[in-house]
Design a protein around this ligand. Structure first.
Ligand code: NAD
Ligand code: UDP
Length: 337
């Protein structure tokens, strides 16, 4: 199949491009490099031996997206093109609503005009909201989000569902990711955040490589065994393989289908720091700081549905996640730059 990856130069998109090519699919990447770098295309080619077709385009721009569909017979779209920094979304909500909602509407409109009926969407565990009990199950529905980023995911899910209700030909797969970390085993692609990392693992690896002095662990008084928050971390390669299964499913099913992609096994922040130290034989300097606003004590996935219906389950463990993160970071201390 020919698959358009909107936002495909980013962290999850680039790993998905590699796995789609490995599975024999043709990949077209559309990205404005707002949070990524054109070098990633060279790296995908280096890993797979195949260069994806590439468009530098803002996915909000309808004529730019139309051109891609005019020049390529796209079977499935995967929509990764979003802004994702939770804190920034609180400061700049309009930027987040504009970018994340507009990219979704533009893609859906151009798909309709071009006769493409399959879309896989990068959603998030954040849509379960503040009050859902873990483990999260798909049938819980969407809850109350604590920040504009979360609300954009919530709204985009609603838009996609409504579009599928109105068009019986449309297939929408909503993938609710838990916490992707790690990197391709080659160490050629990985997570390369701009500025100070918001997420735990890139912060840990930047401390390890000497770009940051120490990690601040946000809170040590949560109601968990060691007092730090617990999350469901999954290897980005497992997540990418989940997308391969999802595009194949989208191509044969109709309507809206929702899947959690997680391992079902939560780890605390301290367990992650210790696992990184042990897997890589490196000391990570850290201190405890206050809680970060909006953080939930713990959540993780029930991933049974993805296993039963997509035939997908996470295979890589915490040691792989820590080792592959470090392999990427030590070989690319300044990311792609
Ligand atoms: P990323 O920032 O690395 O990738 C997103 C890509 O989209 C970037 O390359 C960026 O340049 C591009 N982009 C953004 N707006 C665009 C626009 N208007 N036009 C063209 N390109 C645009 O992020 P990621 O971690 O790879 O996440 C991919 C998707 O998955 C996002 O939608 C994110 O919200 C979602 N998600 C991520 C996580 C996570 O922990 N990484 C968890 C849940 C959901
Ligand atoms: N975290 C931390 N220090 C950091 C970044 C994150 O202690 O510098 C914690 C954060 O409080 C949360 C966990 O690590 O408990 C995972 O945070 P991340 O931002 O990676 O994921 P999310 O909060 O979106 O689940």
């Amino acid at each position: 199949m020919k698959i358009l990856l909107a936002g495909g130069a980013g962290y999850i998109g680039s790993h998905t491009a590699v796995e789609l090519i490995r599975a024999g699919h043709d990949v077209v990447i559309a990205d404005n490099y707002d949070n990524s770098c054109p070098e990633v295309i060279n790296r995908i080619e280096k890993i797979t031996g195949i260069r994806p077709v590439e468009y530098e385009v803002d996915v909000k721009n309808k004529s730019g997206v139309k051109k891609i569909f005019d020049e390529n017979l796209i079977d499935v779209v995967i929509h990764f093109a979003g802004l994702k920094a939770v804190g920034e979304s609180v400061q700049l909500p309009l930027k987040y609503y504009r970018n994340n909602i507009d990219t979704t509407l533009t893609l859906l409109e151009v798909m309709e005009e071009s006769g493409c009926n399959n879309i896989v969407f990068s959603s998030s565990a954040t849509v379960y909201g503040e009050d859902a009990p873990a483990p999260y199950r798909e049938e819980f529905g969407r809850g109350k989000c604590s920040n504009p980023y979360g609300w954009t995911k919530n709204m985009m899910e609603q838009i996609l569902e409504d579009a599928a209700k109105a068009n019986p030909e449309l297939s929408v797969v909503l993938l609710r990711y838990f916490n992707p970390i790690g990197a391709d085993a080659t160490g050629l692609i990985g997570e390369d955040p701009q500025g100070v990392p918001n997420n735990l693992m890139p912060y840990v690896s930047q401390v390890a490589v000497g770009r940051r002095e120490k990690l601040t662990i946000f809170g040590d008084d949560y109601p968990t065994d060691d007092g730090t928050c617990r999350r469901d971390y999954l290897h980005v390669t497992d997540l990418a393989i989940g997308h391969v299964k999802a595009v194949e499913y989208a191509d044969r099913e109709k309507g809206t289908n929702i899947f959690n992609l997680g391992t079902g096994n939560p780890y605390s922040v301290l367990e992650i720091v210790n696992a990184f130290q042990e897997a890589n034989d490196i000391k990570i300097k850290y201190e405890f700081g206050p809680r970060r606003e909006g953080d939930l004590p713990e959540f993780w996935a029930n991933a049974d549905k993805a296993k039963e219906i997509l035939g997908w389950e996470a295979k890589r463990g915490i040691v792989d996640m820590c080792r592959d993160t470090w392999n990427w970071q030590k070989n690319n201390p300044n990311g792609y730059r």
